[in-house]
Design a protein around this ligand. Structure first.
Ligand SMILES: C[S@@+](CC[C@H](N)C(=O)[O-])C[C@H]1O[C@@H](n2cnc3c(N)ncnc32)[C@H](O)[C@@H]1O
Length: 301
């Protein structure tokens, strides 16, 4: 029952007009564009390493279809599912000029059984979607089922703890607490959310809760959400553990930047971020991957 309500609310969230921003989010010079392009390019880099030239791909949660466009253009066979009918339309429109290619975009949820046969795809991609999965292990097992033997599953996600969190007191406290307390869902960086929306809320009487709600100090960074779901907390260890539980082997752990909250225009910070990024390839500095903006895990069936 709880899952059903969450699933309906997640769909309602993604059907909202404002989510059409995902159609243009890769354009521009801001932080979101930099982060998403870096992540997409990393995924394309791993595709280019594959020996097979015509790859049968499934993507779950394709957004505006930016990665899809690049993969279809290369001649791969592509199927995508996404819960938002608006984004399905956007992705179709983005790819409408790619003629004589084999692709389709379907409006479906990753919480439901995938309507594809066993051992069907060469690669499954999930990029920035697992925070919305109401049954993550079920989804991973479905991915395993539809993948051919020895094929790969690329899971790329924003990291819960990133370097820039260390420069914001509330954000750091929030993240450290959530990890230690093994909280399942994200809350805003305010003390109000931390105290009243996590397991900590059990410790407060009604009168104290009222005081917290009224406190200016506790309300700083508070975000009121009018949807009955919360995003799942996602970090590499959690995704690796899910993958192993589902029956995958891990073959590669990588990350993409930027390390800071910057766009393309901040040349100096961009340069430092790129230096840190190349350092992640040196064994001694590989811990930096753990605080990079996004992580990319490649599993093998
Ligand atoms: C953060 S966006 C990422 C989009 C794209 N993968 C990218 O990286 O540009 C999340 C996407 O997942 C889709 N999504 C969220 N929950 C979903 C669900 N339960 N089933 C299928 N798609 C879902 C959303 O509609 C949205 O397109």
């Amino acid at each position: 029952m709880k899952n059903n309500i969450e699933q309906k609310e997640i769909k309602r969230w993604w059907e909202a007009k404002r989510q059409l921003r995902w159609d243009n989010i890769y354009k521009g010079k801001n932080y979101a564009a930099l982060k998403l392009n870096n992540r997409m390019n990393k995924i394309l880099f791993y595709f280019n390493q594959l020996e097979k030239k015509k790859i049968n791909i499934l993507e779950l949660g394709f957004g505006g279809g930016h990665l899809a466009y690049n993969l279809i253009k290369k001649g791969h066979t592509y199927k995508g599912i996404d819960v938002s009918s608006n984004l399905v339309r956007a992705a179709k429109s983005r790819c409408k000029n790619l003629r004589n290619r084999n692709f389709s975009f379907l409006c479906k949820s990753i919480d439901k059984k995938l309507k594809f046969p066993n051992n069907h795809f060469d690669v499954v991609i999930v990029c920035g979607v697992m925070q919305y999965a109401t049954k993550p292990l079920f989804t991973f097992k479905e991915i395993l089922r539809v993948l051919k033997k020895d094929s790969i599953f690329i899971c790329a996600q924003s990291n819960f703890i990133v370097l820039r969190n260390f420069f914001n007191f509330r954000s750091l406290i929030n993240r450290v607490y959530c990890l230690f307390a093994n909280e399942e869902y994200e809350v805003s960086n305010s003390f109000r959310s931390l105290l009243l929306e996590t397991k900590l809320k059990r410790n407060f009487k009604q009168s104290l809760k009222k005081k917290i709600i009224e406190s200016k100090f506790c309300n700083k960074y508070f975000i009121k959400v009018n949807f009955k779901f919360k995003k799942r907390i996602i970090f590499p260890k959690k995704i690796i553990s899910l993958g192993k539980k589902a029956g995958f082997n891990v073959t590669k752990i990588d990350s993409s930047g930027p390390f800071f909250n910057i766009g393309y225009k901040n040349k100096l910070a961009l340069f430092v971020s790129k230096v840190l990024q190349s350092m992640t390839n040196i064994f001694f500095f590989s811990f930096l991957k753990k605080v990079n903006n996004s992580f990319i895990i490649i599993f093998k069936k």
